[in-house]
Write a protein that binds this ligand. Structure first.
Ligand code: 13P
Length: 251
């Protein structure tokens, strides 16, 4: 059985003071939720406060991005090694906002996943189609391309440690969630890809999360799908009671 994984992506919200408060509330509310793995990903600057507030709790900390290189003349950037030292243990890579607003392509996303692995961070690779791509019948082609660009560089043992998050772009921040059936269909495609390229244990153990307008009201039906192993949550992860309701959907 794959243990469910719930990840809160705070995006560019909560300064260090606010993040400390949110983490404290989450720590209290989620202390009994030991049936699933829980991660929160604050903005870079708020990571130390959140790490400190969540020490010895059941909630781990992740980052939302990193630079592909370990150090050097890259003004304004943050490396995986820095994140790891600051106490992060996970890192989101290739979020659609990074791909769309900051020009990240499959090649860069793959390099960033490699950077995570070198730094000892567990990558959460985001993939997903736009509405135009869905309407054009390109869901499988787009998602397969995004997954294969990264996994072609990984051996089986490492591949099994990479979490994939399927986030249809049209469902992010729009209130328009993929139906459980739509999510399951793409998740099955992704698991099928892993099965095609790697020994069976990779597809069996890898976790594939769904993201895009996940709420307390739809979490249980999404998380009840055979190939949906968790959720990557944006807006609702900033409201402790809402995030709790989502986590409870994994019970
Ligand atoms: P929302 O949950 O706000 O739609 O955001 C999803 C997301 O992008 C998580 O990474």
């Amino acid at each position: 059985m794959r243990r469910k994984l719930l990840v809160g992506n705070w995006k560019m919200n909560r300064n260090p003071v606010e993040a400390d408060g949110l983490a404290g509330n989450l720590r209290k509310l989620l202390s009994e939720a030991t049936f699933a793995d829980i991660v929160v990903a604050p903005p870079f600057l708020s990571i130390p406060a959140v790490v400190s507030r969540l020490k010895h709790s059941n909630i781990e900390v992740g980052a939302q991005n990193l630079h592909a290189e370990a150090s050097g003349a890259f003004t304004g950037e943050i490396s995986g090694e820095m994140l790891k030292t600051a106490g992060a243990s996970w890192c989101i890579v290739g979020h659609s906002e990074r791909r769309q607003l900051f020009g990240e392509d499959d090649r860069l996303v793959s390099a960033k996943v490699q950077a995570c692995l070198r730094a000892g961070l567990r990558p959460i690779l985001c993939v997903g189609e736009t509405l135009a791509e869905r309407d054009a019948g390109q869901v499988d082609a787009v998602v397969s391309r995004q997954v294969e660009a990264v996994f072609q560089k990984l051996n089986a043992e490492i591949a099994a440690t990479v979490t994939i998050a399927y986030e249809p772009v049209w469902a992010i921040g729009t209130g328009r969630t993929a139906s459980p059936e739509q999510a399951q269909e793409v998740h099955a495609t992704i698991r099928g890809l892993l099965a095609k390229h790697f020994p069976a244990f990779v597809a069996r153990t890898s976790r594939i999360l769904y993201g895009g307008s996940v709420k307390g009201s739809n979490a249980r039906s999404l998380l009840g799908q055979a190939d949906v192993d968790g959720a990557l949550v944006g807006g609702a992860s900033l409201v402790p009671e809402d995030f709790l309701a989502i986590v409870e959907g994994a019970r």
